[in-house]
Design a protein around this ligand. Sequence first.
Ligand SMILES: Cc1cc2nc3c(=O)[nH]c(=O)nc-3n(C[C@H](O)[C@H](O)[C@H](O)COP(=O)(O)O)c2cc1C
Length: 387
Amino acid sequence: MTSGRQDYFKTRPNVDAMKPDEDASLLKGFRLGRQRIDPPFVLAPMAGITHLAFRQIVARYGGCGLYVSEMLSARAVPHENPSVSFFLKRWSNERPFFYQLVGNDPDQMVRAIQWLEQRSHESGLPLDGFDINMGCAAPLIRNSGCGVGLMRTPELAARMVSACRKATRMALTAKLRLGWEEAFEPTLKLVRTLEGEGLDGVTLHPRLAREKFKRRARWEYVGYLSSAVSIPVIGNGDIRSGEDAVRRLRKAGCAGVMIGRLAAQKPWIFALASGRLPVSTVRLDELYFDFVRLLSLECPQERQIGRLREFTPYFSLNFRFGHRLASAVQNAPTLERALEEAARFFERNPEELCLVLQREGLHPDAPGCGREAETFRPEPASSVDSG
Ligand SMILES: Cc1cc2nc3c(=O)[nH]c(=O)nc-3n(C[C@H](O)[C@H](O)[C@H](O)COP(=O)(O)O)c2cc1C
């Protein structure tokens, strides 16, 4: 631990004691370059999850200040067919929108950015920025020097940002982990260098490269980084409720909060966190069937069941016996069979289908009252610890 960090922890005010009416200024949002992010809650990029169908479910409730795609290989992007690619597809109500790119070659990254900008120009669908993945810890990614592998080669990471900065005027961010070692100094130095190369903002998922979800995200580093650099810092990891997201914002003093797995469980979490709830109730069965309908409409048939299997373990955490839904869908050979299984599960659990929402969580008189903060379990059995 450095002396700078110790000082930071000593001098920080007791932020828990702040009054709720300070929430309004906390929630006013921030800028990434020219792009305004308001409310300050960001959908985390999640491979297999944050595709068009899922983002549309999030957009239905609103409150999300920034939508981010699944990670896309910078090498592969220019070979996609933009009019049919499920990886690239997006609708105009997902704004602001960033593509997340993963790669280890600045030239490839620049080509992908230019190609995506050009396609977005041709389609008339505005695009708002790019995020460079410097946090993915999946062995295949990190061992090829991509994702968190880039944090081991700070000089390459800096060249990457410098090249991308010259290639685009859109917002440019990077998503990082704590690094490879306990010492945070190299990461702080890296972020300062990237800032100097023109990065507009940074997301910190405060776990080391090899840490799994079992170890808690160390939010004290989000606070430390926020106080040590000039660009906006977005904190990420283990958000458990809407209230928790606001509390993290206040406590860490960061610009924004990114939400991943909890969004897959509760796509309305951004609306809840930002206090902009468009509905007072959520019907879980309707939400699930709407998601499947969107998948059937927009996702190539051969990928539909896979995407449903990725989503369901998170969504099923809304139910006491949700593991039964997750395993039935996991074992269903087709989308039709998965739908039948889901319909049967919902029929057997009618008392859990309707959630009544309010800003602080569930309404006190709601069925299942008090479960808002409690149902989040950090890791469903089938999750990929990739970010
Ligand atoms: C299934 C899954 C896929 C992920 N894919 C990505 C990805 O494509 N890019 C990325 O930067 N992080 C990825 N992550 C990491 C998340 O963006 C996020 O950093 C992590 O889940 C911690 O946030 P949370 O506790 O809110 O889920 C993924 C995480 C999960 C669970």
